[in-house]
Design a protein around this ligand. Sequence first.
Ligand code: FE2
Ligand code: FE2
Length: 228
Amino acid sequence: MMTTTTTTHAITAEAFVAALDAENRALLDELGRKSAAGQAGEALSVAALLKLALRNEYEAADLAAAWMADTRELDAKLALARQCGDEAKHYRWIEERLRALGVDLGGFDPAAPGPSPLLVHLRGLTTTVERAAAGQFTREAIAVVRNDVFAAFCEERGDPETAALYRDRIQPDERHHHELGRRLLCTYAVTPEAQARARDAARATLRIAEEVQELARLKAGVCRAPGC
Ligand SMILES: [Fe+2]
Ligand SMILES: [Fe+2]
């Protein structure tokens, strides 16, 4: 009689990251399609979406700082430090752009609405491999997709300056953060257990991002919003 045994073999970290990238890609394409879907109402202005972007950049900087403080691996710690500084820089660039558009940010507090569901999820991740998979490899890929949709929207609304801010200055950093996540995964996603944790964290990140995006559309008619 033949018997079958199931053993779990670790695939190489590189093969794992390539597979995760492909899985993410399909979901990211869907997320981008939904963000760009339908008509953006006249009330939905570039400035209103930039204010949402401030909150996203603030949360991204805050999270990177919190993670940096309790990460032991030096490469991951320095990647988070770099990301924290970049997100803070994006915050200032977006503020500058809003002022140029005539928006008064006096009294504006990006933390006022409380932590977003995505931040709550990400804060709960404790291992470097999960953080790299969710916070950098996946969340930063979401940002790149959303920022592309937003830049196209800025062009449509006759605001090439804001489109250029995203395309030429912010997007190269967001791509770099995504690549930092890829590098960390190649170093740390080396066991079946680490790979499973990384995949689960990435899946949850995309699921929550999509739920939040769809809820914002239904509740407030928000679409084409930038990421972080
Ligand atoms: Fe980023
Ligand atoms: Fe950013």
